[in-house]
Write a protein that binds this ligand. Structure first.
Ligand code: HEM
Length: 496
């Protein structure tokens, strides 16, 4: 009996070692064979190596070069490319609506294509659900409750909070008169202070202290880690992710608890979520906390990138800089006149911002969706179920398929100039489209317009020599890894 048990254990051990060998050798070979010769996506164009395995894409992601790599692949293989065994990348403008623009709910009859959770779970703590990764039902609820905080009316009420931080930024920049300042840092500090004030009820205080808040510093330096985690998930190594996540995520729970304890009405982004905290419809604390953190993650680095991008483009395009300065300085006679509302009349400056979004989209990486049972039709292609699909923004915004002189900065393309009549302006969707598009778009535009107009009104700017190549070959780890953007600011005399 004992012998038989021993025999069984040995059998199991042998079997396990065979299985391991299987996994290491036979399964991958079989899988590669399957991916290349039997997989339903085999008819789509793309490099053999990418059709065989996801490793080449993950390697580019980890190197921070994926956004450029996708540009090269599309230039070589056309508007649809098989970028991994079960993955397609699209450059057709119709794909925006087909991938992201599905309507939720019975009236439309077409459900949304869900987010690819292997990618989206990365930003949550273990098991935590946020607006970014919630299923359709919870997402609809969260979005409805948050929408109020992002309405036109709320933004007018928030002007005091936003304006206060912008005033402080301008004061700090004046203090450094004539010296070289790193605008990357000032912009990140400003947008982080604004969004923390609006999402948590108290500001991180970076501008006040002229120093990094630990959370902001951690996020600014952790985008690379997020990409590593993302890649591990894509390769199916979730257990490793669990170990790493708990180390790099800091919780903002304390600030939120204080905001709840205050109990006051405040025109911020989470007022509506907190009002319902005690009702049956309410979300639990962790979901609110996760969502508040998502707001900060989504709203700080992105808006700072847009500000950096437009500043850099203007400082390297003298004609555009002169024209936008003239527009701003002739529209206002004092800083006080520059408000969230009044900046909307600056049509050339708005075109400059749009063109900066094209050449430097704050979210340069594709946002992956996963086709549901039955598959989907995308840009006229029948795509089978369980396929990862996305639009790669950098490739989309720089392809000659959609843009005249795509690598140069021409704000005029957004002002109906005949030279750019063949441009496909609807290819540019930096805030995405559909039910999961950016809820903070108006806020991002408002902050960017206000800050840019105030800076252009108050300073002459000069790019430092060491920042002339700021944009060239910047790595993208989901978000850009922005180096220092060094600029000299000369205060313009204030008119009497
Ligand atoms: C220039 C700045 C910004 C850009 C380019 C941008 C872009 C985007 C994009 C492309 C998405 C879709 C993400 C996806 O499909 O996974 C998104 C979602 C989101 N953004 Fe923004 N964003 C910006 C600023 C902001 C700001 C200031 C906030 C304010 C809190 C914000 C909050 C959000 C939220 C909460 C979502 C998720 C929406 C949902 O799932 O319903 N974003 N953003």
């Amino acid at each position: 009996m004992f012998g038989a048990r021993q025999q069984t254990s040995r059998d199991i051990f042998l079997h396990c070692s065979l299985l391991t060998a299987d996994e290491v050798l036979i399964l991958p070979v079989w899988r590669i064979f399957h991916n290349l010769f039997r997989h339903p996506l085999r008819r789509f164009p793309g490099p053999l190596s990418h059709g065989a395995s996801r490793l080449p894409i993950v390697a580019q992601l980890w190197r921070g070069k994926l956004v450029y790599h996708l540009e090269v692949l599309h230039a070589r293989y056309g508007p649809v490319v098989r970028t991994a065994p079960d993955e397609l990348s699209f450059l057709d403008t119709m794909a925006w609506k087909d991938i992201y623009g599905r309507r939720v709910g019975l009236t439309s009859g077409v459900p949304e294509i869900p987010k690819w959770q292997r990618f989206y779970r990365v930003h949550a703590t273990k098991g935590q659900t946020t607006i970014m990764n919630a299923d359709t039902e919870l997402h609809t609820r969260l979005r409805r409750q948050l929408a109020q905080g992002f309405s036109e009316r709320s933004m007018r009420e928030q002007e005091g909070i936003i304006g206060g931080h912008v005033d402080l930024l301008l004061r700090r920049l004046r203090e450094g008169r004539g010296t070289v300042v790193n605008m990357t840092t000032w912009y990140i500090w400003t947008t982080s202070d604004i969004i923390s004030d609006l999402a948590l009820g108290s500001s991180f205080g970076c501008l006040e202290n002229q120093d990094w808040h630990p959370w902001v510093r951690q996020f600014a330096s952790s985008s690379k880690e997020f990409t590593y985690i993302s890649g591990l998930r894509m390769l199916g190594l979730d257990w490793l992710v669990g170990m790493i996540l708990s180390k790099i995520l800091t919780l903002t729970a304390e600030a939120l608890k204080k905001r709840i304890a205050q109990g006051v009405e405040r025109p911020d982004l989470i007022e509506e979520l907190l009002k319902n905290l005690k009702s049956e419809q309410s979300l639990d604390f962790e979901s609110i906390h996760g969502t508040a953190r998502s707001l900060i993650l989504a709203g700080s680095e992105t808006t700072a990138s847009l500000l950096c991008g437009v500043t850099f483009q203007l400082l390297t395009n003298a004609e555009a800089l002169e024209r936008v300065k003239k527009e701003v300085r002739s529209a206002f006679s004092s800083e006080k006149e520059i408000t969230l509302l009044s900046v909307n009349s600056l049509s050339y400056m708005l075109a400059c911002i749009n063109e900066a979004l094209r050449l430097y989209p704050p979210i340069p990486s594709g946002l992956p969706r996963y086709t549901p049972p039955g598959g989907a039709v995308i840009a006229g292609h029948d795509v089978p179920e369980n396929t990862v699909v996305y639009i790669p923004p950098v490739a989309m915004y720089r392809t000659p398929m959609h843009w005249t002189d795509p690598d140069s900065y021409h704000p005029e393309r957004f002002l109906n100039q005949p030279d750019f009549a063949n441009d496909h302006l609807d290819a540019l969707q930096p805030f995405s489209v559909g039910p999961r598009n950016c809820i903070g778009m108006n806020l991002a535009f408002a902050e960017t317009r206000l800050i840019l107009a105030r800076i252009l009104f108050s300073f002459d700017l000069d790019l430092s020599l060491d920042s002339v190549n700021w944009l060239k070959a910047q790595d993208a780890h989901f978000l850009w890894r922005k180096p220092a953007l060094n600029v000299t600011l000369i205060p313009v005399p204030i008119p009497n």
